[in-house]
Design a protein around this ligand. Structure first.
Ligand SMILES: [Zn+2]
Length: 241
């Protein structure tokens, strides 16, 4: 069959299930304090081997790396999460590397974001990003576990722990979301650090690169698991008020 006139794009094939970005809940719901657990870690294993999120009650920062599910606790320690625990928010895919490049040393978070932006083929797709190497400085955080009835995210983060790392080797697991993400997720970059000794990390607030390799997985599909049978989600005011 001849291609349509003026169309030089590659004809897409049907989505490979490994190329789907799978999300539990929405960013609006997380912001509003919907911290109930939804999908178990064992169920999430069928959705990806790479990603970030949090578990029921905003219990720490979740890091999924090479198929293992870790929690960075409020006290800064790291542990593997049990299969029966449930995520209240998660962003996962199977990481199949599409591109690799080195990041210049001395870039802070905003500069690193601009640098990666310039190397991506598009800013309009979901990009899973693995930053691996040595960071001269990382500032990261982890929230305290909350009890129901839950406060909203801003309230819940008031007693978060902040961790400062110097010359730390590790992996930042994360994503870049397109500007059109809206209330589904926050546009831009979002990383969780796991140190090379698998003993610490957190949600990344700021960093400076030293010797960092960047691995990218372009993800052309999106699947969102909405909260179901949850009246606080059903009645949540979303979008422009
Ligand atoms: Zn985070």
């Amino acid at each position: 069959m001849a291609a349509a006139a003026g169309c030089s794009a590659v004809v897409p094939t049907e989505l490979n299930p490994r190329e789907i970005y799978y999300q539990v809940s929405t960013f609006d719901a997380l912001n509003a304090g919907l911290f109930e657990g939804m999908v178990s870690i064992d169920q999430l294993r069928a959705r990806g081997d790479f990603g970030i999120g949090t578990t029921e009650g905003l219990n720490g920062e979740m890091v999924v790396l090479d198929g293992r599910f870790y929690r960075i606790r409020h006290d800064g320690g790291a542990e593997e999460i049990g299969g029966e625990e449930r995520a209240s928010f998660a962003m996962l895919t199977y990481f199949d590397r599409d591109a690799t490049f080195e990041m210049p040393a001395g870039l802070d978070y905003p500069a690193a974001g601009k640098y990666i932006d310039g190397r991506l083929p598009t800013l309009n797709a979901f990009q899973a990003i693995r930053l691996q190497g040595v960071f001269s400085r990382v500032k990261a955080r982890s929230p305290a576990r909350q009890d129901a009835p839950y406060p909203n995210l801003t309230e819940a983060l008031k007693n978060q722990s902040i961790f400062e790392f110097k010359d730390i080797e590790g992996v930042m697991v994360g994503w870049r979301f397109p500007n059109y993400s809206g209330g589904i997720n926050a546009a831009g970059y979002h990383f969780h650090l796991l140190t090379a000794d698998r003993k610490g990390g957190g949600h990344v607030l700021d960093f400076t690169s030293s010797k960092v390799s960047v691995f990218i997985d372009h993800t052309p599909g999106l699947l969102v698991r909405l909260p179901e049978g949850d009246s606080s989600f059903d009645k949540l005011q979303t979008g422009p008020q």
